[in-house]
Design a binder for this molecule. Structure first.
Ligand code: LLP
Length: 429
């Protein structure tokens, strides 16, 4: 459908479509995804880094339309489950441009990757090296990366810092595990080692950790050259590029990788006497995060005995678990009407049955916010719908894609029948 192109008082347009109109058409909570913004961000990586290979990290958010958009923008895809892989393959995403990740892949996931010719499988443990070697097609060696833990701490929360030694992903540089993993892969004739991989963490806003990681990984490449005489053509630095959740927050744009990481890579390689590998990146959040907005309706407003004003909305930790899981910070604004009231502190909470269901602990909202009002939370495109749960059997919200004043439902709201069908009860009960 097309928007009525009338802008009511306090209306906010995304992709030329009124959020109020979408809230009325589809109910709330509703997630809105700005197609042009996601495409612009994807294209921004290609422009800033024309010689790099950029793979969108599907874990941030994936649906069939989004996979197509990324394909059309010339990006590859990073998937970390058989279902993400199968969804991408179902819309004809070229398997050669897919990277499969995971610290605990199942045999059927590895087989699916091998069967469809997935470009790279990222090896994460010694048993997996042997396992994949046994499954690989002798007629078509499987391209692989070895995931290295560079010993670099970065990321917005301990839960996402995968560059340090005491966590479950990859092979450490520290204890020689990475070197041994590489040597074992080189001994497998059905595996083709295309490069090293590392992923430091997520929502990193500083380039320095990436520069340190480059130095350490190139160090390993140099040792490989000495010991085995091999040169690896690719170096995958994973994702983790931070976005601004609130106005004024720092972000890490692709231009910084061009300005700082590429020169560092060249310098380190020159020092190590090895050819410069092609840079591979896997941004997820930086492409989809800022393109999404969540729209909620206020259901209740109360002042607790503590004196705090609680504004409760019709969604919460089931559609956005990030504040509860990581203390993630968002901004929130009243939309759909203009208020002349003074801004006052408010805690925006969800509708789930626990006091931890807080979306924005220290928001500032007009004093007259009342039930029926609409609230918008920007930068809601990444790790929200992809991490949504069915807690309290609250329906997963719909996602509406907007572009140039028109919209399309990309994901419909979960229905009671979806929930009952899983139990074999069926819609009729
Ligand atoms: N590559 C690998 C191997 C990854 O593990 C990840 C994210 C990415 C790329 C993409 O990272 P991004 O560019 O989106 O930061 N649920 C957490 C984030 C978990 C990130 C997991 N890995 C959150 O909501 O903050």
């Amino acid at each position: 459908p097309r928007g009525a192109a009338r802008l009511g008082d306090g209306d906010v347009l995304v992709g030329g479509v009124s959020l109020t109109e979408l809230a009325e058409a589809y109910g709330t909570p509703v997630y809105v995804l700005d197609e042009a913004e996601a495409r612009r961000r994807a294209a921004g990586y290609r422009t800033a880094l024309p010689d790099a290979s950029v793979h969108y990290a599907a874990k941030a958010f994936l649906c069939t339309s989004f996979a197509r958009w990324m394909d059309q923008e010339g990006l590859g895809l990073d998937v970390c489950s058989g279902n993400e892989l199968a969804l991408a393959l179902a819309v004809g995403f070229p398997a050669a441009r897919i990277i499969l990740h995971g610290n605990a892949k199942t045999e059927s996931e590895l087989l699916l990757a091998v069967k469809h010719g997935v470009g790279r499988v990222v090896l994460d443990s010694f048993p997996e090296i042997a396992h994949l070697a046994a499954l690989a097609d002798p007629a078509r060696p499987q391209g692989v990366y070895v995931r290295v833990v560079p010993g670099v701490a970065a990321g917005h929360h301990a839960a996402v810092r995968t560059g340090v030694d005491d966590q479950q992903f990859g092979f450490a540089l520290e204890d020689g595990g990475a070197l041994e993993a590489v040597e074992r892969v080189l001994d497998q004739p059905h595996l083709r080692l295309d490069g090293l991989h590392c992923h430091l963490g997520s929502q990193i806003t500083d380039i320095e950790p990436f520069l340190t990681a480059v130095g350490r990984l190139v160090g390993l490449l140099g040792r490989l050259r000495e010991r085995r005489g091999v040169t690896l053509p690719e170096l995958d630095l994973g994702g983790g590029h931070g976005i601004a959740y609130r106005v004024g927050d720092a972000e890490l744009p692709p231009e910084d990788f061009a300005a700082y990481v590429l020169p560092r890579l060249r310098a380190c390689c020159a020092e190590a006497g090895i050819p410069v590998p092609r840079l591979v990146l896997e941004p997820g959040r930086a492409i989809v995060g800022p393109a999404g907005v969540a729209v909620y309706r206020v259901l209740s407003v109360k002042v607790a005995a503590s004196g705090r004003r609680f504004v409760a909305v019709d969604g919460g930790m089931s559609d956005n678990p990030r504040p509860a899981l990581y203390g993630a910070e968002y901004s929130v604004q009243l939309i759909g009407r203009r208020s002349a009231a003074l801004m006052e502190p408010a805690r925006v909470v969800g509708r789930h049955c626990e006091a931890g269901d807080v979306l924005v602990p220290d928001a500032s909202l007009p004093a007259d916010v009342r039930p029926g009002d609409l609230l918008a939370v920007p930068a809601s495109g990444a790790y929200q719908l992809s991490m949504a749960s069915g807690y309290n059997l609250v329906a997963r919200p719909p996602l509406v894609g907007v572009r140039e004043g028109a919209w399309k439902v990309l994901l419909r709201r979960e229905a009671l029948s979806d929930i009952l069908e899983r139990e074999g009860v069926g819609a009729a009960g």
